[in-house]
Design a protein around this ligand. Sequence first.
Ligand code: SF4
Ligand code: FES
Length: 223
Amino acid sequence: MSEINLTIDGRQVKAEPGMTVLEVARREGIDIPTLCHHEKLEAFGGCRLCMVEVESRGRTSYAVSCLYPVAPDIAVRTRSEKVDKIRKLLVEELMAHAPDAPELVTLAREYGADRNRFAREASFCVLCGLCVRYCDEVKKKNAVSFFDNGAVRQIKFVPEVAKNECWNCQECFAICPTSYAQAAYLLTEALAFPGQHQSVKRATKAAARKRVVIPIAPVPMTA
Ligand code: SF4
Ligand code: FES
């Protein structure tokens, strides 16, 4: 199939059919913020921070670029007044859950977001699903999953699986934007299989390689 021509921020670019707008933008060095995207994982479309403005046949719409496939002659704008407004609001909503997450703090600065705009629901997890999907798609272990729906949706480690698989892996700690995956695991370990693998030391080392660790909050769990 032939190449697709489109513009991103006024720049003429070429793309292969099937590529997403985010993939093409990144290849071109054009920055689009993401929170739930990981190059090893299927696109998820959860955080919506990668929202862009797309003009096609005279119509303007807004689309999450990590899911939006390139199409001939579309004009993509990665920044506009409305895009920035949407991102600002999204960051403010996410900061109600994880006000000190480094990526959110950086985005708040960029988009002028007010971390106190919404009442705090400091769950520390922003439900980006990176830990859950990484454990499923890359590690094929499903040691951490989503539980419940709506406002009570949360991630939890499955003690029976975590007990055997996580102590020697912990790769999700490094990709979690809020450090909650690490906190949830350590609590699972402490409650469900105390002292068995002593991964606190390993976790501390892993955390030292990261930028910031958010204080561990109580994690509701079923053992
Ligand atoms: S624990 Fe971290 S990686 Fe997992 S869903 Fe929550 S914020 Fe995302
Ligand atoms: S990166 Fe596209 S929705 Fe999260």
